[in-house]
Ligand binder design. Structure first.
Ligand code: ADP
Ligand code: MG
Length: 236
């Protein structure tokens, strides 16, 4: 069974009289250990789909199974607990908390889980080591470069050993050299740590680094040039 199964998912947003439907019957599966990139033009629904899989947003209809749990059936409270245990999220801008050190930023998601202080320390140290920032543990975000901050952001995403890592334009605000570092790190997170990754990007070069490319194109989900589902941007 795939690790993630998106089944006939529709998402509508209504404001006033207007309803838009960025996702209309989207189906997708992601196997454990996969590294998939989700590409498409601005406004094509990439972030919407990512946030539905991450349990941040709710579907209008359809089902999303992650490791056997249909997350569309969870209450809001249960979904928050599920997310803390199962999703690592890498943001475009790292979203680090400025008054916390690198160590404390990485530890933050672990405070939502039932772990001892010793277990938390061990996991934070492993995550900082994985992104090669052990020597920066006591530094604050303002004392780090953009690339280092994003590496802390990746450490924070992997520290809980989540079921899936989702990344929304993780290189969107970085220069070319730093982008290359972060893409190499994401590849290692997949190949060496064995983590399953879904990365949204509008950058074709970045997307090509994943093992598999999926595209939302004029509202349709396309893989390897083949339309795999119906999805559209039309006004409903
Ligand atoms: P992408 O990430 O591909 O740029 P999004 O998923 O952010 O696209 O957005 C897809 C469409 O849904 C856009 O038309 C956007 O304006 C709309 N949209 C996204 N989030 C919301 C929201 N919370 N409320 C209303 N419309 C939204
Ligand atoms: Mg987006």
């Amino acid at each position: 069974m795939p690790l993630v199964t998106v089944s006939n998912v529709t998402k509508e947003y209504t404001s006033g009289e207007e309803t838009i439907r960025p996702l209309d019957g989207v189906s997708l599966s992601i196997e454990e250990g996969d590294y998939a990139s989700l590409m498409g033009a601005s406004g094509s629904g990439k972030s919407t789909l990512l946030n539905l899989i991450a349990g941040i947003d709710r579907v209008t209809s359809g089902e999303i199974f992650v490791a056997g749990t249909d997350i569309t059936k969870l209450s809001r409270g249960k979904l928050a607990d599920w997310r803390a245990a199962n999703i690592g999220y890498v943001f475009q801008t790292h979203n680090l908390i400025p008054v916390l050190t690198a160590y404390e930023n990485v530890e933050l998601p672990l405070l939502l889980l039932p772990l001892s202080a010793a277990e938390r320390r061990k996991r934070v140290e492993i995550a900082l080591e994985a992104v090669d920032l052990t020597s920066r543990a006591s530094h604050y975000p303002r004392q780090m470069s953009g690339g280092q901050e994003q590496r802390v952001g990746i450490a924070r995403a992997i520290v809980s050993n989540p079921t899936v890592i989702v990344a929304d334009e993780p290189t969107g605000s970085l220069d070319d050299e730093t982008t290359e570092q972060i893409l190499q790190l994401l590849t290692r997170v997949n190949s060496e740590l064995g983590m399953t990754l879904l990365m949204v990007t509008h950058d074709a070069d970045a997307g090509a680094r994943a093992k598999r490319q999926i595209r939302l194109e004029r509202g349709r989900l396309v893989e390897n040039g083949k339309v795999t589902s119906t999805a559209n941007l039309r006004t409903a």
